[in-house]
Design a protein around this ligand. Structure first.
Ligand code: SB9
Ligand code: NI
Length: 191
């Protein structure tokens, strides 16, 4: 059995590309979560906060991240956390359990600077097309259902994390022949 860090996550706990767990579809959690799984879920969000806190990031040598999925710490469950501020200065700090996208726009967006991943120790250039708007349904670690409508940067981050839970990496969406080529859809714009 793989050892899963359940309290304080550092870079050594983060699974890197090549590990098969990043290519697996993760399993739903059952409620109520065990105390151990509840702590693990919270540790994902705590890592993100620490990674964006200059003092903590320097002390523990953390790479900054806005999202982290359970399988990125070797935990085979449908859980991820996000922590960031969007284009409108709105703060997002959430833990999603058993998340599902229930609807999405046809319009797409992409980050001009591309995407990165804490499990990928190299720069991968290219545009990652994402839906501009998504509605996501999930449960809190306490088992309380919630629905969020997200757009723009928030929608991009959530799709990156949800992909992890399905064994998909951001570069799977980059055009193989020409990384700056965009899909042929009616509406697609940079963020
Ligand atoms: C950017 N970063 C993330 C998602 C989308 C765009 C710039 C999260 C990076 C951390 N990570 O690997 C989470 O899975
Ligand atoms: Ni990632």
């Amino acid at each position: 059995m793989r050892k899963v860090n359940s309290s304080f996550i550092t870079m050594k706990d983060i699974v890197r590309e090549g590990d098969p767990i990043l290519r697996k579809k993760t399993k739903p959690v059952q409620f109520p979560l065990s105390d151990e799984d509840f702590k693990r879920a919270e540790s994902l969000l705590i890592f993100l906060k620490n990674s964006q806190d200059k003092r903590m990031a320097e002390k523990y040598d953390l790479r900054e991240g806005v999202g982290l999925a359970a399988n990125q710490i070797g935990w085979d469950k449908q859980v991820f956390a996000v922590y960031f501020t969007d284009e409108q200065d709105k703060q997002f700090a959430y833990i999603f359990c058993n998340p599902k996208i229930t609807s999405h726009s046809s319009a797409m967006v992409y980050l001009e600077e591309g995407e990165g991943c804490l499990s990928v120790d190299r720069v991968v250039k290219g545009y990652v097309p994402r839906y501009e708007r998504v509605t996501i349904h999930a449960f809190t670690p306490e088992g309380i259902p919630f629905t969020l409508k997200l757009k723009g940067y928030a929608a991009v981050v959530i799709q990156h994390e949800l992909d992890h839970l399905n064994g998909v990496m951001f570069y799977d969406h980059i055009n193989k022949k020409d990384p700056s080529r965009l899909p042929e859809v009616e509406f697609i714009r940079p963020l």
